[in-house]
Structures are given as structure tokens and as C-alpha cells.
Design a protein around this ligand. Structure first.
Ligand SMILES: [Zn+2]
Ligand SMILES: [Zn+2]
Length: 253
């Protein structure tokens, strides 16, 4: 299984438009972060997690030829608003399968009414297959996916475990029985926004504590704000099996 970090930034991305914060001005490519998304290549399938505003650019940068499924974590704009750009995949492959909580599918229906229209569809509009998911294992073309329920302040978010890899973003709190589902993973991806506390995201210390509780071989931090600091400086302070993810990083599991 191969995982590509397509984007590792928080909702505004880094650099933030018009910002003169030193991290936004950094010339280190690892300090430039598109909005969060990841591509999981497993048994010949391309499974995408989230489809945000940088989707087109991310697909081009990584030469992604097919999208076999999109799994949505939640409905926030930075995770969903790229859906129109599935068109090239739709033209080649047909309806694109979407897996999400029913509430998230409803939100997509409102934002992209023309994609979900059942009649009089505008020519050229893409179509999707809707797969509502519950908090129990589901299958994407033969691959088992275990949802992990986390809370983003008051918003419910799904993380996903596939075999010994788990990906969680936009978490602030995770109940014990959900954390149990992560035990035994080789690689855990989890969000940390910055060092200071935030009402809906884990801070760096909170994420490290959580990683140490789960005990994966390796962990990668994503959904990063420019307020966290320079990539290289923050990385140097981390325990030896915890890494800041960066855009286009690829890992094998
Ligand atoms: Zn987000
Ligand atoms: Zn969010």
C-alpha cells in the first residue's frame, strides 16, 4: 500500500493569501501546503480521502490517472469543494463512487445540485454514486475500510483505517472505544494545527500524546497551520518516530 499526502495544510493553505508571516514567506517547499487530502493506492485501486479546493492541482502534480473512490471525512469546504473537477475522471470512467456520512452527502447535494440532479442534467455535468456509510466496516471494491468516529468540536468526522494504516484529520477529541480501533496500526496520520490550543483541532502536544497512547511504528502530522512554525524547526523537536507530513510525501506501508 502506498500513501501520497496530496495536501497537508489547514483550511486557508500555506501561504495564506496576502500574509507576510515568515512561514508564509518561506522558500522551503515543505512550508508550502495545499488543503488536506491523501491518495491511498492499494491492490491497484486509487482511493482518495477528501476532495478540497486544490484537488485539480493535486491530481496534476501526482499524475493520477484514475479515481476509484472518494472517502469524505466531513463536509467542511476545505475537504469537499473540489468535486466539480472529477469531470475528467467521470468522462473516462463513468459515475464516481463517493463514500460519506449521510449528512455529508446531503451537504454535497446542496452545494452541487447539478451533479446530483436526477433529470434534465446539464450536459457535461459529472455524476456520482452515493454510498452512505455508518460507523462500521464497509467495503470499497473489495478493500475493507473501518471508520473511526472523531469529534471536531461539535462536528462529527470520520477517520479511516485500511489494514495497518489509519488517517484522521480535523479531530479534537476521540472517545476511548474509537481510539481502540487504531491499536496495532503501523502508520497513523493525525491532525495538529499549531502549538496553541484550538477549539476544534488538536494542538501539537495533544496530537503527540494521542500518538504515544496508540503506539504506532510511525506517525505523520497533517492539517497544519502556518502558526505551527517552519517545517524543519518543528520536525527537529519531534520524537524520532513522529514526522510532519508535507505535500507530495509518499510512504509505503
Ligand atoms: Zn479541515
Ligand atoms: Zn473541518
Amino acid at each position: 500500500m502506498k500513501v501520497t499526502f496530496l495536501g497537508t495544510g489547514t483550511s486557508q493553505g500555506i501561504p495564506v493569501i496576502g500574509s507576510d508571516h515568515p512561514v508564509c514567506l518561506s522558500e522551503n517547499p515543505k512550508d508550502k501546503r495545499l488543503r488536506v487530502s491523501a491518495l491511498i493506492e492499494v491492490d491497484g485501486l486509487n482511493i482518495l480521502i477528501d476532495c478540497g479546493p486544490d484537488f485539480r492541482q493535486q491530481m496534476l502534480a501526482n499524475g493520477v490517472q484514475r479515481v476509484d473512490a472518494i472517502l469524505y471525512t466531513h463536509e467542511h469546504n476545505d475537504h469537499t469543494i473540489g468535486l466539480d473537477d472529477i469531470r475528467p475522471y467521470f468522462f473516462r470512467q463513468g459515475d464516481i463512487p463517493l463514500y460519506a456520512h449521510p449528512r455529508v452527502l446531503e451537504s454535497l447535494q446542496k452545494r452541487f445540485g447539478y451533479i446530483f440532479a436526477s433529470e434534465n442534467k446539464y450536459p457535461g455535468a459529472p455524476s456520482v454514486q452515493e454510498h452512505p456509510i455508518e460507523n462500521k466496516t464497509f467495503t470499497v471494491k473489495g478493500i475493507n475500510v473501518l471508520p473511526v468516529n472523531v469529534m471536531h468540536n461539535r462536528v462529527q468526522v470520520y477517520g479511516f483505517r485500511i489494514r495497518d494504516f489509519a488517517y484522521i484529520t480535523d479531530a479534537k477529541t476521540i472517545e476511548e472505544e474509537e481510539a481502540e480501533k487504531l491499536k496495532g496500526v503501523d502508520v497513523l496520520v493525525i491532525n495538529a494545527l499549531r502549538k496553541e490550543q484550538h477549539h476544534s483541532h488538536l494542538s501539537l502536544d495533544e496530537a503527540i500524546k494521542f500518538i504515544q497512547k496508540i503506539g504506532p511504528d510511525r506517525a505523520y502530522i497533517t492539517h497544519i497551520s502556518h502558526h505551527l512554525g517552519f517545517h524543519d524547526e518543528v520536525q527537529a523537536e519531534l520524537p524520532e518516530n513522529i514526522f510532519l507530513a508535507y505535500d507530495n510525501l509518499q510512504i509505503e506501508i
